[in-house]
Design a binder for this molecule. Structure first.
Ligand code: MRU
Length: 375
C-alpha cells in the first residue's frame, strides 16, 4: 500500500494525516488558511471541527475533500459519535466537489457493512478507517498515473517540450494524498526538463493560485509567474501560453467541468487562441448521475470575500463579514460563485488515472470511467 503519510516534494508536512495519540484518534490537517506564511497543523478531534475546516478552506480541493470526508466518518466511528449524522454533516459541508460525498459514502458504507455483519463498535470503526486509508492510497496512485498520462498527452500535443503552462486555482500536493492533479502533470514536466514557465492565476477572491500554487511551485523549483486573473487574456494574445491545465470539482456525464470560478473564461480564451485546454481529474470526480453541466450545484460563497480584502485565517470561526479591509462601499452587493462550469466542447481532453478522454464526449467519459479500477 502507498505510504499514507507521504510528504510531497512541494510540502514539508503531509496535507492530511490520521493520528492516534493517547487522548484518542484525530485527523490532522495542514491548515491551508495559514499558507504561504507557515505550514501549520490543525487538529480535528470531532466532526464539527472538520466541517468547519472544510467550510473555511483549511482543507480544500476535490480529491483531498474526499479523503478528509472518509477519515471524518472514521473519526466519528472511532470516537463513538453517530456515524449517520456525521456522514450527513460532512457530505453537505460543501456542495460542488463530488469527491467529498464520494469519500464519505465509501467510509460510511464500510462501517454499515461491518455492523450488518455483526461487528462490534470497535471493529466497525476499524472497517471505516481501513476504507478511508484505501481512498487515501487510491488517490496517491491516481495522482501518479494522471501525471504520467498528462505528461504523455502534452508530448503529443506540443512536441519538443519547453511548455508555457497556465494554471488556475490550486491542484497540487495540497489537494491530494500524492502530487495532485493538474499541478502533478506540470511537476512531472518540470522534473523532465520540459516546463519553461508555469503561469499561475492568482485566483480571486481567495487566492488559491497566489497563496498555494505559487508556494508549491516555488518549493519545487519551477519557473513560475503569478498574474492577476484579468491578465490572462493579454498573455494569450502575446502568444505566451502553450496549454491550460486545470483540475475539476465535478464532471457531469456530458463532460461539462465544474472548477474554480474563472476556469470557463480561460476555456473561452483558449478556444479563441487555439490552445489546448486540458482538465486533469481522477475518475472519482466524474459524476455520471448528473446528466449535464447545468445541473451541477455551484457553491455560492459570502459576499465579503469579494467586497473586503482578507485572507481566510482572518475570518474567525463564523467566516463573518467585517474581518478584512473594505474594497467596495459598505453594503455593496457581491456575486461570489465558487465555481463555474465549462461545456465539454471547450475542453480538449480530460486526463484521468484510467486514461485520457479526447474528444470529450458522453460516451468517451463513460467508457474511461468504466475501465477505472475503482468505479
Ligand atoms: O474552493 P476550492 O479551493 O476547494 O476549489 C478547488 C478547485 O477548484 C480545484 O481546482 C479543484 O478542486 C481541482 S483540485 C484537484
Amino acid at each position: 500500500m502507498a505510504d499514507q503519510h507521504e510528504v510531497s516534494g512541494t510540502l514539508t508536512l503531509p496535507s492530511l494525516r490520521w493520528d492516534e495519540p493517547p487522548e484518542g484518534p484525530v485527523l490532522v490537517l495542514l491548515d491551508q488558511t495559514r499558507l504561504p506564511v507557515e505550514e501549520a497543523e490543525l487538529v480535528c478531534t470531532d466532526v464539527p471541527a472538520l466541517v468547519q475546516a472544510i467550510r473555511t478552506l483549511a482543507v480544500r480541493g476535490a480529491p483531498l475533500l474526499g479523503i478528509a470526508g472518509a477519515y471524518g466518518v472514521a473519526l466519528a466511528a472511532a470516537r463513538g459519535f453517530d456515524v449517520d449524522d456525521a456522514a450527513e454533516a460532512l457530505a453537505h459541508a460543501r456542495p460542488t466537489a463530488v469527491n467529498l460525498a464520494y469519500g464519505v459514502r465509501r467510509a460510511a458504507a464500510a462501517y454499515r457493512r461491518a455492523v450488518a455483519d455483526g461487528a462490534d463498535a470497535q471493529a466497525a470503526a476499524a472497517a471505516a478507517l481501513a476504507e478511508a486509508r484505501a481512498v487515501h492510497a487510491e488517490d496517491v496512485e491516481a495522482s501518479r498515473r494522471m501525471a504520467e498520462h498528462g505528461r504523455a498527452l502534452l508530448g503529443e500535443l506540443l512536441p519538443g517540450g519547453g511548455y508555457r503552462i497556465l494554471t488556475h486555482c490550486n491542484t497540487g500536493a495540497l489537494v491530494s494524498g500524492g502530487q495532485g492533479t493538474a499541478l502533478a502533470v506540470a511537476l512531472a514536466a518540470h522534473r523532465a526538463g520540459e516546463l519553461r514557465r508555469l503561469w499561475v492565476d492568482e485566483t480571486r477572491p481567495l487566492l488559491q493560485g497566489a497563496r498555494l500554487t505559487a508556494y508549491e511551485a516555488a518549493r519545487a523549483g519551477m519557473a513560475y509567474t503569478v498574474l492577476a486573473d484579468g491578465a490572462a487574456g493579454s498573455l494569450f494574445s502575446a502568444g505566451e501560453v502553450d496549454a491550460v491545465l486545470i483540475g475539476a470539482d465535478r464532471i457531469a456525464a456530458d463532460g461539462a467541468v465544474a472548477n474554480k470560478i474563472g476556469s470557463y473564461p480561460l476555456a473561452v480564451l483558449a478556444r479563441y487562441h487555439r490552445i489546448p485546454f486540458i482538465v486533469v481529474a481522477p475518475t472519482s470526480t466524474a459524476d455520471l448521475q448528473t446528466e449535464e453541466g447545468a445541473a451541477i450545484e455551484v457553491e455560492q460563497r459570502p459576499g465579503h470575500e469579494v467586497t473586503e480584502f482578507s485572507l481566510p485565517h482572518m475570518w474567525g470561526a463564523g467566516a463573518e463579514a467585517g474581518a478584512g479591509i473594505p474594497v467596495a462601499p459598505l453594503g455593496a452587493h457581491a456575486y461570489n460563485p465558487a465555481f463555474d462550469v465549462t461545456p465539454a466542447e471547450l475542453v480538449t481532453a480530460i486526463v484521468t488515472e484510467a486514461g485520457v478522454v479526447s474528444p470529450v464526449t458522453r460516451n468517451g467519459l463513460a467508457e474511461v470511467c468504466s475501465t477505472s479500477r475503482w468505479s
